[in-house]
Write a protein that binds this ligand. Sequence first.
Ligand code: PMV
Length: 309
Amino acid sequence: MSRTVSASAPGKVILFGEHAVVYGRPAIAVPVPARQATVTVRAGDDGLTIHATNLDCVLTVSPDNAEDPLAVAVINTLRHLDAGFEHDLSVQVKSTIPIGSGFGSSAAVSAALIQAIGRYFDAELTPADVSRLVYETEVLYHGTPSGIDNTVVAYAEPTYFVRQQIMDRFDVGRPMHLVIADTGRMTPTRETVGDVRAGWQRDPETYAVVFDAIGEIVDAARAAIAEGDLVEVGRLMDENHLCLRQLDVSSDELDYLVCAARAAGAMGAKMSGGGRGGNIVAIALPWAVKDVVEAVRAAGAVAVIETVV
Ligand code: PMV
């Protein structure tokens, strides 16, 4: 086989429900097509190698050295396809998704990698296959991932999600203009998820109250999104942010960007993803987007993405 194939997967942003989703409460996430991971597979001449340009990493993949999550993604996909492991393939990974910032970069890279390997071997993997294979690598990155990242990047659609139970597309009654602003600080999701787990183990009742409150916010948000009640969506984002502060996964930088977005006219704003770094997401009416973008830039955001859901 001498052809070249490629596949892409979008970044994602969690609109509601991060952290509580690990404990069985619902969450809502949407794809961010403005940021993509792209993987190209072509015939190589020296075993199976992965070149990840942005990560400055070159790996040789074999079933014996499958410790790196990217290598594991390849091995598991070849196993799923029953394609054997002896291949001369050159795999190029490129991504415009910021790493460690709540954009689901690892899941998107894995999803693109898995789809590209599938295509190279003429197999059209279903989104469910891709999601499951991505999940297996997310475990290596994040310890106990809820499964929301692999689901939203594999399906590339707005998703209402309950761990191991529900994966629904949700209706969007009126387009939502989102501004996503990056603190520039990278905090591993594993760290904040681990801290929340430690807190929950110390004081399960208090944590359960906060998780329940987040679950109610998510369900109310789903209804508000379906009705196109963007004012209510914004209010619920603000409430969700307060809950995340109670879980101690926000930070001064995140709080500052959230305040700046609100002061500039956003209808609501919250941190998104693992927290203590990464992004905030704000919702604004179309004519206020520019002001919100300028405000979060002035407040120190290192990157700002606008997207419409
Ligand atoms: O920061 P991200 O995009 O990896 O999102 C993490 C979301 C959590 O709910 C904190 C963890 C999870 O596995 O769902």
